[in-house]
Ligand binder design. Structure first.
Ligand code: BG6
Length: 518
């Protein structure tokens, strides 16, 4: 998250908002430069940053991947990716300028010689582009390659911390960051042998979403919500990340991951920590992350029988989504026809601290649900309704809900009750709505744009710290272990296009509550 500098006024709805800071000149080395993530997200994000004039003049990208390619071929491939995936069309002039900063070397099998070759390439780039020796290493490779790369960066000296005149070095690590607590710890340990913690940027793209960042602004830039943001007024919280998409050809990854590792350990627990944290003493990386990790540590572990009582898992069978017939998970290409991987997970969590004692946080995420929607819904306690007990047509009044829509239709809705116009007293729920689109009339940057720029600026507020990752894995690993000990569920147990398995509804029903229809 970047502080603002001088005012620029273009869009009247953004009047008074400031211009951005520009990072130091530097080179970004992308490991896995010909991979999917680089094509779909990284290159388009970098190009859009360039288009907005947010990259330094001599910014350079050194692609490093197995494929044998010339620089020209890499530039051609990059142009193709940007054409296909950029949120804005390619502008030939700015593309030429951007493409001049693209370089490439073949990574071979990442042996010592390969790192020497990378060092030579970087030295050349630094010389030709005057990047001051500053470097960011982006690990956009399968996790199995992380260790070798980190070690290679260490032994080759490429990762060395800022020494006089040699510039700074940072590393961005993609998800999945481990597959349980032990492997996450191991990876943290390997990173710590080569990099200092402040050089490490563990990316969680949810934290780059405007609406996720806005949770902090909403809570701490307004005076009226914080006094009621606690157990006295809040009945429970629901966090939903529903996807209508299936696994999109990612069986190799997803079969090993499942919904809990794929969405809950990272994105959903990050969102929960922003909703639940105490006000930080400053808006900077250390203070914000100190408060977030306290929330994660305060979550009551799910052990023994609580795993069955407080969690539900599901896997979709065939069904209909968006008017289209879709196969079940087990029929997806390259998925084991007897797979027990969960594509849906729901959890009930307690944050055991003074603010949240006994307020349940319900989390659910799933693939092939009826719609694509992510939201945080704060359900307030009911008002004492005795006053309106004798009204005509008494309909049971629901509680007030504050819904923060992360995506799509980004915005915030407050649901409250109002008198239906007429002679008698009848009450209905109405909505008060804030929509980003209507209020600001700008297209927000992609999460990767925000996060890459933050890393170039050396701001790690929106990246997960080592202790956060481990606290989240500790919780999730308990659930994974608990699930392993329970009898295997009968999968598939929900139809594609439905809101998940019966067990998830039961989890709520046991508490006399139900999931909100987002
Ligand atoms: C990724 C998961 O981290 O997040 C995907 O691996 C998921 O399975 C995606 O679809 C959701 O992100 P977004 O930004 O599309 O909501």
């Amino acid at each position: 998250m970047r502080p603002v500098d001088t005012p620029t006024v273009v869009n009247p709805l953004r009047e008074g908002l400031g211009a951005e800071r520009t990072p130091d000149p530097c080179t970004m080395v992308i490991f896995g430069a010909s991979g999917d993530l680089t094509r779909r997200k990284l290159l388009p994000a970098l190009y859009n940053l360039a288009l907005d004039g947010l990259l330094p003049d001599k910014f350079s990208i050194a692609g490093f991947a197995r494929s044998d390619m010339t620089v020209e071929q890499f530039r051609e491939q990059a142009l193709e990716s940007v054409r296909q995936f950029s949120r804005r069309p390619v502008d030939p002039k700015s593309w030429d300028r951007f493409a001049r900063g693209l370089f490439y070397a073949s990574a071979g099998s990442l042996k010592t010689d390969d790192f020497h070759r990378l060092a030579e390439l970087m030295a050349r780039v630094h010389r030709e582009r005057d990047t001051g020796g500053n470097r960011v290493f982006y690990l956009s490779v399968p996790p199995s390659a992380y260790s070798g790369i980190v070690e290679g960066l260490g032994t080759s000296g490429l990762a060395a911390r800022a020494a006089a005149g040699s510039g700074w070095a940072r590393v961005i690590v993609e998800k999945p960051f481990g597959r349980d607590l032990d492997t996450a710890r191991e990876l943290n340990q390997e990173l710590a042998q080569v990099f200092a913690e402040e050089q490490v940027y563990r990316i969680d793209h949810f934290l780059g979403k405007e609406t996720v960042q806005n949770i902090l602004v909403f809570r701490f830039a307004n005076g009226i919500f914080e006094p009621i943001w606690n157990r006295r007024y809040i009945d429970h919280v629901q966090i939903t990340a529903a996807e209508s998409l299936g696994i999109e050809g990612r069986a190799g990854y997803y079969e090993e991951a499942g919904a809990l590792r794929d969405m809950v350990q990272n994105h959903m627990l990050q969102v929960l920590s922003l909703v639940g944290m105490e006000p930080p003493i400053a808006f900077e990386a250390r203070a914000v992350r100190d408060e977030k990790v306290k929330v994660l540590r305060a979550i009551r572990p799910l052990l023994g029988e609580d795993v069955a009582r407080y969690t539900a898992r599901g896997q979709y069978g065939p069904g209909w989504v968006d008017g289209r017939e879709v196969p079940g998970y087990r029929q997806e290409p390259n998925v084991d026809p007897a797979s027990t991987t969960e594509t849906f997970a729901a959890l009930k969590l307690y944050v055991d601290n003074w603010r949240w004692a006994e307020v349940p946080f319900y989390l659910r995420t799933g693939k092939r649900l009826p719609k694509q929607t992510t939201e945080v819904a704060i359900h307030f306690k009911r008002a004492p309704l005795l006053l309106f007990r004798d009204m005509v047509d008494p309909t049971p009044l629901e509680s007030n809900v504050l819904a923060m829509r992360i995506q799509p239709n980004e915005g915030i809705t407050l649901k409250f009750h109002a008198k239906v116009p007429g002679i008698s007293v009848r009450i209905r729920s109405v909505n008060m709505d804030f929509l980003y689109g209507a209020s600001f009339a700008v297209e927000p940057p992609e999460a990767y744009e925000t996060l890459i720029l933050d890393c170039l600026l050396g701001d790690s507020t929106l990246f997960a710290r080592r202790d956060e990752i481990e606290a989240a894995w500790s919780l999730v690993t308990d659930v994974l272990n608990g699930w392993r000990e329970l009898p295997s569920p009968v999968f598939p147990n929900y139809e594609a296009g439905s809101w998940g398995p019966r067990e998830a509804q039961d989890l709520m029903a046991r508490d006399g509550r139900r999931w909100r229809r987002p």
